[in-house]
Design a protein around this ligand. Structure first.
Ligand code: ADP
Ligand code: MG
Length: 543
């Protein structure tokens, strides 16, 4: 194997040569010292292309971490350590790492070593190689980052892994506790700003009402107290600006583990909780929205409803049934992002417009059946209407960010009982006729967090609020490449996405990548968001 001085020589020898000569380096392992091995996997073709892909192999055995979850958490710790070591370095990068602990391709805990994947922008003057500068990056700055990886604080690593294990344990226990979500005492829910996922300083810490307070003993031995949100229908009420959406948003994010100091470490939601909102303008392909929409004046069939431009109510109905098709067991709904006519219809409107002239069965009529007949719970923010009181198992109120249980008072107010005849039935899983994009020449690619480029088409994932990291969007893009090959032979979309999940579980996240060798930097998306992307593809045809 070549060593550090050979790397220096090879790079300085490239100085002044045409940029493409960087490729000569690719595939050769270099020992940077202490057994740390650097390999340039794929050199960028020109200075303006996306940066080159490389990895480090760091001798480091962590036999104490045997379970998958422990390895994911340890890998996350080293990803953050590398990120901190190269912060401020414009050339070395491991991507932008947020507050959630996600499975990523950036680091892998292997038997006797740690694998760290990153990008390096190989320097140029015009289109000529700057070999000496490249040598500074790769023979000085990179070994320094590797030293920081080897010298990480082991106690901090253990804490990071233990916290993750505790959170994942609680998330997995929620069903047997009869809970949809848990919010620990003292949690900090609000974020610093609309564009920052950091905790708001000086925020009012979360405190549970006595009636919903639960205590759990975590695997680490720690006892945790907080509010348990029970299965069934829970309505969050309160005046405007009192923190309702902030609570719901924290619950949305609670499907992911969070790092220490985030404030949402103990906001833990079932992994299959899905937020459902209105999204007018989206495309819908063959969704059975008949539990909510029927007898359209156009005469269209709503058991297999397709449109290129959904309205507020039809888009929310489609989002809801697609979430359940994808396996959601809890729905998170905020009035701020809902279509009012999908949610409720008041008495006077029921009197004025007879039921047979109104295609929409509002959600308030169906929400109980959704739980009773399909086992799907709902957590709903409703500050503007008491229509849901009579169908709620629990009503919690926010007053100046403080939660109280107002179920009895809300039930005492009486009010119309919803239409008991409304029923929710699970539809049959849709079977796509295939998945392809005309004019597609390159693998599917993500553009930021919210956009996927698929052939000449784009898929807008802006409204998918539980997609938290653009690295996950890249993961979805790769998943679509895989799904292309699976779909079209009679398999349902859900079954095909389950196969993607199984592939990752069996072979690791890098198995998603269309590239051999360095898979690129991306994170694991939930199956829900993979399905959300396919569902929004305007070229999707369902047989
Ligand atoms: P609502 O949905 O009830 O109208 P929001 O959840 O949008 O209210 O919150 C309104 C504002 O209050 C936001 O700016 C949010 O950051 C802030 N906020 C929410 N919870 C807290 C808290 N616990 N402490 C301090 N500020 C908070
Ligand atoms: Mg709100």
């Amino acid at each position: 194997m070549k060593n550090l001085s050979a790397l220096h020589r090879d790079l300085t020898a490239l100085d002044g040569k045409p940029y493409g000569a960087y490729r000569d380096l690719a595939g050769t392992p270099y020992d940077l010292g202490d057994g740390v091995v650097f390999t340039l996997d794929r050199a960028q073709v020109d200075p303006y292309a996306p940066p080159s892909l490389a990895h480090l192999s760091v001798p480091l055995a962590l036999p104490e971490y045997r379970e998958r979850g422990q390895k994911v958490a340890a890998a996350d710790f080293f990803t953050r350590a590398f990120d901190a070591a190269v912060s401020g370095d414009r050339d070395l990068s491991i991507g932008r790492i947020g507050q959630q602990v996600l499975e990523r391709t950036t680091a892998e805990v292997r038997e006797d070593h740690l694998l760290v994947r990153f990008t390096v922008a190989l320097p140029a003057a015009g289109r000529r190689i700057k070999g000496r500068l490249a040598s500074t990056i790769l023979t000085q700055r990179l070994p320094e980052a590797a030293r920081r990886l080897r010298g990480v604080d082991r106690a901090a690593l253990d804490r990071h892994v233990a916290l993750h294990q505790d959170q994942e344990w609680l998330r997995a226990r929620l069903p047997e506790l009869g809970l949809v979500a848990f919010v620990g005492e003292g949690s900090i829910l609000p974020r610093r700003a609309g564009d920052s996922d950091e905790p708001l300083r000086g925020a009012v810490p979360f405190a549970s009402p006595e009636s919903l307070r639960r205590e759990v003993t975590l695997p680490s031995g720690r006892t945790l107290a907080g509010m348990g949100v029970p299965e069934g229908v829970t309505v969050i009420v309160g005046g405007g600006y009192h923190g309702k959406s902030t609570l719901l948003r924290a619950l949305e994010r609670g499907v992911y583990p969070h790092v220490e100091g985030d404030g949402r470490e103990w906001v833990v939601t079932r992994p299959d909780a899905v937020s459902v909102r209105a999204e007018d303008g989206r495309a819908v392909s063959g969704a059975d929205i008949s539990a909510f929409i029927n007898n359209l004046p156009s005469g269209e069939d709503t058991t297999a409803f397709s449109t290129t431009n959904a309205s507020g109510s039809t888009s929310q109905a489609a989002n809801l049934v697609e979430a359940i098709e994808a396996g959601a067991d809890a729905l998170l709904i905020d009035e701020d992002t809902s279509a009012t006519n999908f949610m409720i219809r008041d008495e006077r409107m029921r009197a004025l417009i007879s039921a047979d002239r109104e295609p929409i069965t509002p959600f308030v009529d169906t929400v109980r059946s959704l739980y009773r007949d399909a086992g799907v719970s709902t957590i709903l923010v409703a500050g503007g209407s008491g229509a849901f009181f009579s169908v709620a198992d629990h009503v919690i109120a926010l007053d100046a960010y403080r939660v109280s249980d107002v179920t009895e008072r809300a039930h005492g107010l009486g009010g119309e009982a919803p239409d008991a005849a409304a029923r929710f039935r699970r539809g049959t899983p849709r079977v796509p006729a295939g998945l392809s994009a005309p004019g597609k020449r390159k693998p599917v690619a993500a553009k930021g967090r919210t956009l996927i480029r698929y052939g000449k088409a784009t898929i807008d994932l802006g409204p998918a609020e539980q997609l938290v990291d653009q690295a996950q969007t890249t993961g979805i893009a790769h998943a679509i490449d895989l799904l292309e090959r699976r779909l079209g032979s009679g398999e349902s979309l859900r079954a095909a996405v389950e196969q993607v999940t199984e592939l990752i579980d069996a072979q690791g996240l890098s198995a998603l990548s269309p590239h051999r060798g360095h898979p690129g930097l991306y994170a694991r998306p939930r199956a829900h968001e993979i399905m959300a992307a396919v569902n929004r593809y305007r070229g999707l045809e369902v047989s």
